[in-house]
Design a protein around this ligand. Structure first.
Ligand code: ATP
Length: 473
């Protein structure tokens, strides 16, 4: 007898947090010490999902493109980098404090959440303060109407090199990976035979002293970015921007997000960052009160960064265009992707609950993560029908063979009844279960069960690797 199903969209953030912990995707940071706000650790399955996201991104945007090269710059950089980039002066969040309970809040988020004002981040702190006073907003924590005016607060974490007392050696943990690329731009053009347009891709950690509570891993203090700085002739910037709109959309399709949950939002003129001529955000529709939130960004940064670094470093950063026989600073198109937000959205988008019928024909319910097979932590699970030596021996051999032949990560599970084991694999998104049963000993064939349809197919063991490789692709 096979299983059957009806589906509903069932993801809530609470369910995703619970599943993430239960199955080893994401644990609260410093858990046994009561946690540390907005920090999370990635468990065994989380590491695999993260790595799959990063590898797919790197393959897609760096290795497969002839106009891209890679870089891995340091987290600590010369403090003057952040003066040149504008982060020391401009990388601020508008914060209000409650005079009664001392809690701190992002002023723009308060206006958005409590008053439904859209894009409050485009307002100045004075404008935000005026609205907070006029509406006499209450503190979300203690309810007293004792909020201060909004004040700018720099979001960079700082630390010191050498003894702590030497304040002269203050450095910052980078708040974005982009500046590493601009600072190495000269070495890249001098060593890499690159011609405009070309891009540099980088994946790495970034740190921001975020105040607003995180919505799980949506907003964290320590996160990873996958960023590209794409250098172009200034007059080609609008056209290249449009090409990146397409390329980012293709990535969103590649990781399997449902089109109805993704939209593009164009930044209004007054909302643009100081360096940007045009910015769009890709937004994702999160469940519940979260709603539409930024997933990725795409900006035309003009020649702002190279010009700033040229001025502050004194080095000539102009590109020599041989065909035109002239030197100029290229413009930069920046597609930026958060690893953690990708992780969260693929989990939320893939989460499903179904009313089903189990292997014995009884009504049942299953939770299934319909992850794109490329991203799933395990591509297959090998399940001997019973914990009998004659079956487990064959199952372990098959496990070794499939891992070697496909290069994919495979799980092995011989505990509990087969129905429970299917449910366990459904919940962690394993696309295929391969069952070794007593008939296998006679006919050399196994049953492959598809996670999404629950259809089962009998396949000779010698053909399993090829079939999995084909279907994972
Ligand atoms: P937000 O408006 O949500 O604070 P942002 O516009 O400041 O984001 P960018 O500076 O454009 O974000 O950063 C690029 C990408 O890095 C974002 O699109 C997002 O995917 C990711 N990102 C930024 N801040 C965080 C964070 N605190 N936690 C997790 N990911 C983040």
């Amino acid at each position: 007898m096979s299983e059957q199903a009806e589906t509903t969209r069932a993801a809530t953030m609470d369910k995703i947090v619970a599943l993430s912990k239960r199955r080893g995707f994401v644990y609260p940071g410093s858990d046994i010490y009561g946690g540390l706000a907005n920090t999370w650790d990635f468990g065994p399955l989380g590491v695999e999902l993260r790595n799959n996201i990063k590898q797919l991104w790197w393959r897609n945007f760096v290795q497969k493109r002839r106009d891209m090269v890679g870089l891995d710059a340091g987290i600590l950089m010369h403090p003057r980098v952040w003066e040149a980039s504008g982060h020391v002066v401009n990388f601020n969040d508008p914060l209000v404090d409650c005079k009664t309970c001392k809690a701190r809040f992002r002023a723009d988020h308060l206006l958005e959440d409590k008053l439904g004002i859209e894009n409050a981040e485009a307002m100045s702190p004075d404008e935000m303060s005026a609205i907070i006073r006029e509406k006499n907003l209450a503190c979300p924590n203690c309810g007293n109407r004792t909020l201060t005016d909004a004040r700018q607060f720099n979001m960079m974490f700082s630390t010191t090199i050498g003894p702590v007392s030497e304040s002269a050696n203050k450095v910052y943990l980078r708040p974005e990976t982009a500046q590493g690329i601009f600072v190495q731009y000269k070495n890249l053009i001098n060593t890499q035979r690159v011609k405009l347009p070309f891009g540099v891709g980088q994946i790495g950690k970034a740190f921001r002293n975020e105040i607003t509570p995180g919505n799980f891993i949506f907003r964290v203090l320590e996160f990873e970015q996958m960023e590209i700085e794409y250098f172009v002739k200034p007059d080609e910037a609008p056209e290249k921007f449009d090409e990146w709109v397409q390329a980012m959309q293709q990535w969103i399709d590649l990781i399997g997000l449902k089109p109805e949950h993704v939209r593009v939002r164009e930044h209004a003129k007054e909302e643009l960052s100081h360096y940007s001529a045009r910015t769009i955000d890709y937004e994702y529709l999160f469940p519940g009160s979260m709603g539409w939130k930024e997933l990725y960004g795409l900006a035309n940064r003009t020649d702002f960064d190279l010009r700033q670094h040229q001025e502050h470093s004194g080095d000539d950063l102009r590109f020599f265009d041989q065909a035109a026989n002239e030197r100029y600073l290229p413009y930069v198109i920046e597609p930026t992707f958060g690893v953690d937000r990708t992780f969260l959205t693929v989990m939320v988008d893939a989460y499903d609950e179904e009313e089903t019928v189990d292997v014995n024909g009884k009504a049942d319910k299953r939770t299934v993560l319909r992850l794109a097979p490329r991203l799933a932590p395990y591509k297959a699970a090998i399940l001997p029908l019973a914990k009998k030596p004659e079956l487990t021996k064959v199952a372990w051999e098959l496990f070794e063979t499939i891992q070697d032949e496909t290069g994919a990560l495979v799980d092995y599970d011989e505990t509990a009844n087969i129905g429970k084991r299917y449910r366990r694999q459904d919940e962690i998104g394993t696309p295929f279960c391969v069952t070794v049963d007593f008939d296998t000993l006679e006919d050399g064939a196994v049953t492959i069960r598809d996670r999404d349809t629950m259809d089962q197919q009998r396949v000779p063991m010698s053909e399993v690797s090829a079939m999995l490789a084909e279907r994972i692709r």
